[in-house]
Ligand binder design. Structure first.
Ligand code: F6P
Length: 356
């Protein structure tokens, strides 16, 4: 296998998450040390490919970043196929990317990102670029992999936040509503909700009825439970009339506020809101995420060495395997409403708002 002198680019795209640097380090170290390739860091996701903003990474630059949160390369939500926009020399963004890929003499680009990134990676492969995808996201919703890195760290952060809410909820005898990220998929709310002892867990995949939540919370209160914890995914389906509007009448209020206000109004129980926000995406990766990112990175570099392009590194059980980008592009892994975790959580009386 003649890999010496091959040139590869690495980019991170979409929302950041813990473990990105661990993945960059692993791709880079494997490519450089094992296969003698040259590695280039592409700045700010696909934007860096449009602007030809790259820097060569050597072994030294890749040292000491395993535990670092964020991404040393920077990231953006640039979607070159969405806003194709004719830029320089009347070329569209995908055409500029292709031209720059050729000018830089790249043999492959490793695209580390979530669903949107993998869709773009697939489209780039369709116009003739060699690409490999690595799945990352705190939402854990990349289709085709059991786990994406970033998720485990976010679950730990959200769980710790819930642990802390328990004590203050108990002191004040309040209902605490906490919102975690997850527009389409409720994995983070489900895992953190179970780990953090959430009494009510609301996720986008399960339609709730207000009366079920109210009945459940009132029953807890009347049976002597001094407080309750409600975990809400940001993307839960809320009937439009319920979502309040800001003074300007444009910006909708959060899922957290909507649910908290509804609970306080209907139960009369004092209720407080916490939106965890970007805290859940920041900071050092958990051990599980470091390991997963390292495994994906090394595997991705091996795929390049074997010239098996157009694939996504994915976890199946305990194995890292390659799946075609075509399979994952445009698909989202949501929580099946009959997921065993939901069934088990219901056995311990967790309320998902769909039943009484
Ligand atoms: O990384 C995915 C995600 O965490 C979503 O759950 C969330 O809605 C989104 O990112 C928000 O990120 P940003 O404000 O950076 O677009």
């Amino acid at each position: 296998m003649n890999t010496k002198g091959m040139k590869i680019g690495i980019l991170t795209s979409g929302g950041d998450c813990p473990g990105l640097n661990a993945a960059i380090r692993s791709v880079g170290k494997t490519a450089i040390l094992k296969y003698g390739m040259r590695v280039y860091g592409i700045s700010s996701g696909f934007q860096g490919l449009i602007n030809k903003d790259v820097v060569e990474l050597d072994d030294k630059k890749l040292s000491g970043i395993l535990t670092l949160g964020g991404t040393i390369l920077g990231t953006s939500r640039e979607k070159p196929f969405k806003n194709k926009g004719v830029l320089k020399e009347e070329l569209s963004k995908p055409e500029i990317i292709k031209k720059n890929y050729e000018l830089l003499n790249l043999d492959c680009i490793v695209c580390i990102g979530g669903n949107g990134t993998q869709k773009t990676a697939y489209k780039l492969s369709q116009i003739g670029l060699n690409v490999i995808g690595i799945p990352k996201t705190i939402d854990n919703d990349v289709w085709g992999t059991d786990l994406s890195f970033g998720f485990d760290s976010a679950v730990s952060i959200a769980t710790e936040a819930l642990d802390r809410l328990h004590t203050t909820a108990n002191s004040h005898r309040r209902i605490m509503v906490m919102e975690v990220m997850g527009h389409h998929a409720g994995w983070l709310a489900l895992y953190a909700g179970i780990a953090g002892g959430g009494d009510v867990i609301l996720i986008p995949e399960i339609e709730y009825r207000e009366e079920n939540i109210i009945k459940y919370l009132e029953k807890r209160a009347s049976s002597g439970k001094p407080y309750s914890i409600v975990v809400v995914a940001e993307g839960i389906q809320i009937k439009e009339k319920l979502r309040g509007e800001s003074e300007e009448g444009r910006v909708k209020t959060s899922a957290c506020s909507t649910i908290a206000q509804m609970i306080e109004k209907q139960t009369g129980l004092e209720t407080r809101e916490t939106i965890l926000g970007y805290v859940q995406r920041g900071g050092t990766p958990s051990a599980t995420d470091r390991i997963l990112a390292t495994r994906f990175g090394a595997f991705a570099a091996e795929l390049i060495a074997k010239k098996k392009f157009g694939r996504l590194a994915a976890l199946k059980g305990t194995d890292v395997i390659a799946i075609d980008l075509k399979e994952t592009a445009g698909r989202i892994k949501t929580v099946p409403p009959n997921d065993p975790m939901i069934k088990e959580a219901k056995l311990i009386d967790t309320c998902f708002g769909d039943e009484t």
